[in-house]
Design a binder for this molecule. Structure first.
Ligand SMILES: Cc1cc2nc3c(=O)[nH]c(=O)nc-3n(C[C@H](O)[C@H](O)[C@H](O)COP(=O)(O)O)c2cc1C
Ligand SMILES: Nc1ncnc2c1ncn2[C@@H]1O[C@H](COP(=O)(O)OP(=O)(O)OP(=O)(O)O)[C@@H](O)[C@H]1O
Length: 178
């Protein structure tokens, strides 16, 4: 797997998945596996576009579940061909929806895959609707735990803060390093 900073990778075709992916929990894994399957179907590389630090760590000082080196390792294990890592700071966060869409266009995505309630761009003003105008974009259904509750990085952070390690690890799908 090759790692690039944002705006540095140009491809003739790809399948792209986008997100903070902090923890690479079971929901993230399902989304990335689906994107990988579609990339393999098309015979094109899978690109995961992610952010360092995760936007919620930047804006809300939330605990980081997977440092970037660990995230890269998990993405490699999931079969990504390329990871794009955007350095997330105030300047990056002020970029518009159009700027981001133009950057994605450099990857010539045949498909883009995101999860439920994905937003991007200054003030989180962009959604899957903006992606659909420019690309073929899909929303993966929400992945829940056995009890039917949504799996999220926030939920896992809270479980770790409450020392509920077993449950956190079951949602991560592996032992936690935090
Ligand atoms: C170009 C760009 C600008 C963003 N600006 C903001 C922002 O102003 N405020 C914010 O809370 N998040 C911002 N984000 C982060 C998104 O809200 C979101 O966290 C990111 O797209 C990853 O999606 P995910 O959190 O569903 O994984 C921005 C994201 C991108 C790509
Ligand atoms: N449970 C889930 N099922 C399917 N897709 C998901 C799930 N959780 C997140 N995703 C998707 O994975 C990508 C990365 O999401 P993100 O990093 O915001 O995860 P999160 O668990 O919602 O994090 P946080 O709780 O910090 O907001 C996004 O496209 C998001 O829609």
């Amino acid at each position: 797997m090759k790692v690039f900073k944002n705006n540095q990778l140009k491809l003739n075709n790809s399948v792209v998945s986008i997100g903070a992916f902090d923890g690479i929990h079971l929901g993230h894994q399902a989304l990335i596996r689906k994107a990988k399957m579609r990339a393999d179907d098309h015979g094109v590389p899978l690109v995961v576009y992610t952010f360092d630090p995760p936007p919620k760590a930047f804006f809300q000082h939330q605990m980081v579940l997977t440092p970037i080196s660990e995230k890269i390792q998990y993405l490699q294990e999931l079969g990504c061909s390329y990871t794009v890592i955007a350095s997330f700071d105030q300047e990056y966060a002020s970029r518009s929806v159009t700027d981001f869409v133009e950057e994605l266009a450099l990857l010539h995505p045949l498909e883009i895959w995101v999860g439920p309630d994905f937003h991007f761009g200054k003030g989180k003003s962009g959604s899957i609707t903006n992606l659909e105008k420019a690309f073929t974009a899909f929303q993966h259904p929400v992945v829940t735990c056995e009890e039917g509750n949504v799996i999220s990085s926030t939920r896992i952070r809270n479980l770790l803060l409450q020392n509920k390690l077993d449950k956190a690890q079951s949602l991560l799908g592996r032992a936690s390093s935090s």
